[in-house]
Write a protein that binds this ligand. Structure first.
Ligand code: EPZ
Length: 429
């Protein structure tokens, strides 16, 4: 199993290209199941999760062609996928595949809406929380689907197609909103979604669906209205930049010190995180190329943060911020409200010399002068990169084990950081 070795203490200078967003790419690829025409997606990141979803869609009969490299393209330019779901040959998504990537459960929406039936394995447990799918099932039920649970599978039927209806989520759910929007786009009649998720990825999927002929308004707000249409066509869509990758590298620069331009980054997609970094004493400056992040000399100030749905502080940056605050001059508090078990990185950061105590969903981080390198274990995608951020400032060498977690959501991380001066390398096998 690959590991990553980091020797801390190097400042970061230069530029890092931000890739397309994983959490937009996955639902966009799944949306291709809604049409028999070709969907072309540009700026698709090269990630393990994208590769796995290509396999899962292939299982349903979807053809995916990856465009070759065009002249002048660098290894950091996103790939282009030509996705054709002209013939869906199977409406079952098996446990072996769904259990490896929860978001693949969302295939239930386009399969049910287009084919009138879907049999999708329940995703099962997850390191960061129980993560049930009851609200996704509720949404489909509200659109007239007959649903039963059969030996670990959700079996959904809508022989006469789905019918527009009202969906009011008791809590904000990104997956629930994607599911409802996709299913309602080719249901007959009007659907109104209330307390919808407002994450930028929801808006990106709705933009793409509207290019395919859907009639969606209000995406990005908490009330979305969908006029169902009988059929969707093909389209070409560019995936928006990854705000979580952007925030992660901004915190890496803040931790190591230095000055880096995050190319393609869009500051408005993560204003809450940039506000917190500003409070901590980090310079964030929008530029034509993206965003310049700098911390020269001045230490880090402690912060008080609570994660919440967009436009609040994203839970997917919580671990990275915690790593950063281990070296702040004072005491920080971070409260995690989205997932009940998203502190797996705490004991690993403590191994590097951090002072962190937990009280339920609240972490108290007492800043220390120095961290010291040590072997640590990655447990999930965002926790693993928080260990990399801590190691950038730790004295000596850190070995991060199980980096397959990282590869799920960060494209060429060690190359991007090494390109800015970090002493980081991958140790294969
Ligand atoms: C999406 O997960 C993201 N994944 C997550 O990113 C992200 O952390 C999360 O949204 C919150 O922003 C993708 O986009 C692929 P939710 P999702 O439904 O849709 C509860 C990463 O690191 N809930 O918004 O699964 C749930 O347990 C990943 O890239 C129910 O109770 O998250 C959680 O407490 C990790 N019932 C809360 O709602 C349901 O039916 C929010 O979950 C659905 C969710």
């Amino acid at each position: 199993m690959d590991r990553i070795r980091i020797t801390g203490g190097k400042r970061l200078n230069g530029s890092i290209p931000i890739a397309g967003a994983k959490n937009a790419t996955l639902p966009l690829m799944i949306a291709s199941l809604l049409t028999d025409q070709t969907l072309v997606l540009d700026n698709v990141p090269r990630l393990a999760d994208v590769g796995l979803l290509q396999r899962i869609l292939g299982n349903h009969g979807v053809d995916i062609m990856v465009s070759g490299k065009r002249p002048g393209e660098t290894q950091y330019d996103g790939q282009t996928l030509h996705i054709s779901a002209a013939n869906i040959v199977d409406t079952t998504a098996p446990y072996e595949l769904v259990s490896r990537m929860r978001a693949s459960f969302w295939v239930i929406a386009p399969l049910l809406a287009r084919m009138g039936e879907a049999r999708v394995s329940m995703p099962g447990g997850c390191a960061i929380g129980t993560r049930p799918v009851d609200l996704l099932i509720m949404a489909l039920d509200n659109l007239g689907a007959e649903i039963e649970i059969d030996r670990g599978y959700v079996v959904a039927r809508a022989r006469n197609g789905l019918k527009g209806g009202k969906i009011s989520f008791p809590k904000v759910t990104v997956g629930g909103t994607h599911t409802a929007v996709m299913a309602a786009s080719i249901a007959s009649g009007t659907t109104v979604i209330e307390n919808a998720a407002r994450e930028p990825e929801i808006g990106d999927v709705a933009d793409c669906l509207n290019k395919m002929g859907a009639r969606i308004s209000g995406a990005g707000s908490s009330r979305i209205v969908i006029e169902g249409v009988s059929k969707l066509g093909g389209a070409r869509h560019r995936v928006l930049p990854d705000r979580i990758e952007t925030g992660t590298y901004a915190m890496a620069v803040a931790m190591a010190g230095g000055e880096v331009v995050l190319e393609n980054a869009r500051p408005e997609l993560l204003q809450a995180a940039f506000d917190v970094l500003g409070q901590a004493g980090v310079e964030i400056t929008p530029t034509n190329a993206g965003v310049r992040v700098a911390r020269n000399g001045a230490g880090l100030a402690p912060v008080q943060v609570t994660t919440s749905p967009f436009p609040g502080f994203p839970t997917d940056l919580q671990a990275q911020l915690m790593a950063l605050m281990t070296r702040a001059k004072g005491i920080s508090h971070i409260t995690e409200t989205i997932f009940e078990n998203r502190f797996m990185h705490v004991q690993e950061l403590v191994r590097l010399g951090a002072r962190i105590t937990l009280n339920g969903e609240r972490a108290t981080i007492e800043g220390v002068e120095t961290l010291k390198g040590a072997p640590v274990m990655a447990t999930d995608l965002r926790a693993s990169v928080s260990l990399v951020i801590a190691a950038l400032a730790a004295e000596g060498e850190t070995i991060v084990n199980r980096v397959y977690h990282l590869d799920r959501g960060f494209e060429r991380l060690e190359d991007k950081l090494a390109g800015c001066g970090a002493a980081i390398e991958r140790l294969s096998g």
